[in-house]
Design a protein around this ligand. Structure first.
Ligand code: AMP
Ligand code: MG
Length: 418
């Protein structure tokens, strides 16, 4: 037996009902009122535009496809010729090499996928539905071939003047391909927001050396900077500061003078050393909110010198959940996006996700999977707001309304993180 006093871990007792808590929607509205999209536009080569947000609506200057061509390897022919069944092959067309003469009655052209359709042809029969006759000088067509068969018409995808993408579109790989195909080599994209990340707390240390009692390593800065990188905004590492009013003020002032928004973590609750709250109150136009959620109940949002500052809670899971719910939509709006929310789906619970009634909506860290057209979720691990491994493993946040939670087979809403 060891001689240390045994620590009995009690279930959390902090969650008394609090009538002053705000619904998420109210907190979001308060934030949205103070967010203005950035207005600077950059002209980017298409090759560098992945993940960037289109600043203007794009219209096609051309037909796509730009010429009528074959969708198959086979023979180009005039559909009206087909009572003949046997056609003379007068040449070959392949992608990049058109057959330039016209075909006349009783003739066809061997054609490969992508080759322009020869003049006089209006259909393609696939090679598998034909038989070569003689030494390939003629071909026997074994099926009926209607006009338009296996043809990709010019302008079928886009015609001049057609809307291609609207402003606010996030450019993915497919978008870049479309831009290239319509002959656009530079696009107007909104400048990426620069977002500072500042950690606060006397207990935080950097590096990998041994920890003294009470010290912890800064987990929030890497997580928050990672979230920013992942969403395509420029994360700016503002370092960490001790629980010291002067140091916090200097770091915040530095942050808002060089960034479009600042995220802080820690120091915004009711503890004796929560000086971020004190400083923000003094230098910012702040909205202090207690949101009816768990984790991430405390939230500070406001403007310092006109720059939005999100005072996120210190617990690592809370800071990430708060980011997901409040900072991400605001930063998307600043970045010029029109789609501000992560997708939410209904999912079937595997195992239990228990909770206690406390007047709050809980966001449980879950792993999302799909089988037989159904979406399932199961717990990603320990659900404490300090248990970051479950947040790291989570691919969704299950929305558990106030009550006792859900059990195997129940259906709940889940916010998809991936
Ligand atoms: P606070 O809101 O400052 O009281 O912090 C709440 C909890 O989160 C405390 O246990 C802190 O030690 C912890 N915490 C605050 N900042 C960080 C951080 N950057 N990385 C890891 N844990 C943190
Ligand atoms: Mg602290």
């Amino acid at each position: 037996m060891n001689s240390q006093t045994e620590v009995i871990v009690q279930p959390n007792c902090e969650d008394e009902y609090d009538p002053g808590l705000l619904p998420v929607s109210v907190a979001l509205t308060r934030i949205a009122e103070s967010i203005t999209p950035l207005s600077d536009v950059e002209q980017l080569p298409v090759r560098e535009a992945l993940g960037r947000i289109l600043a203007e609506a794009l219209h096609s200057p051309v037909d796509v496809p730009n010429h009528t061509n074959s969708a198959m390897d086979g023979y180009a022919l005039a559909a009206s010729d087909l009572d003949l069944k046997e056609l003379t092959v007068i040449g070959t067309a392949w992608a990049g090499r058109a057959f330039t003469a016209a075909i006349s009655a009783g003739q066809c052209v061997r054609i490969m996928t992508g080759a322009p359709l020869p003049v006089g042809a209006d259909a393609v029969v696939m090679v598998e539905r034909t038989q070569s006759v003689g030494h390939g000088d003629a071909v026997l067509v074994e099926v009926d071939v209607p006009a338009g068969n296996h043809i990709r018409a010019a302008g079928e995808d886009l015609q001049p003047g057609d809307s291609v993408f609207s402003a606010g579109t996030v450019l993915g790989p497919g978008h870049l391909g479309v831009l290239a195909s319509i002959g656009v080599d530079r696009v107007a994209a909104w400048r990426r927001p620069r977002v500072g990340v500042l950690s606060t707390g006397d207990e935080l240390v950097d590096g990998v050396g041994p920890l003294e009692i009470g010290q912890i390593r800064d987990a929030n800065r890497p997580s928050l900077l990672g979230l920013l990188d992942e969403m395509g905004v420029t994360g700016v590492d503002l370092g960490r500061v001790a629980d010291d009013e002067e140091a916090i003020e200097a770091a915040l002032r530095g942050g808002v003078s060089t960034c479009d928004a600042v995220l802080t973590s820690g120091g915004v609750s009711m503890g004796d050393f929560d000086y971020v709250k004190v400083v923000l109150d003094r230098i910012g136009d702040m909205r202090w909110m207690q949101v009816a959620i768990k984790p991430a109940k405390p939230l500070a949002f406001g403007l310092v010198d006109g720059v939005p500052v999100f005072g996120l809670p210190g617990n690592p899971v809370s800071s990430m959940v708060s980011f997901e719910l409040f900072a991400r939509p605001a930063l998307r709006a600043m970045a010029g996006r029109r789609d501000l929310d992560r997708p939410r789906v209904r999912a079937v619970v595997e195992g239990d996700l228990r909770r206690r009634p406390d007047g709050k909506v809980h966001f449980a860290r879950v792993v999302v999977s799909t089988r037989d057209d159904m979406t399932y979720i199961s717990s990603a691990g320990g659900q404490g707001s300090h248990q970051l491994t479950a947040m790291a493993a989570a691919t969704g946040l299950a929305v558990l309304p106030d009550g006792d939670g859900v059990t195997d087979g129940d259906e709940v809403e889940v916010l998809l993180l991936g």
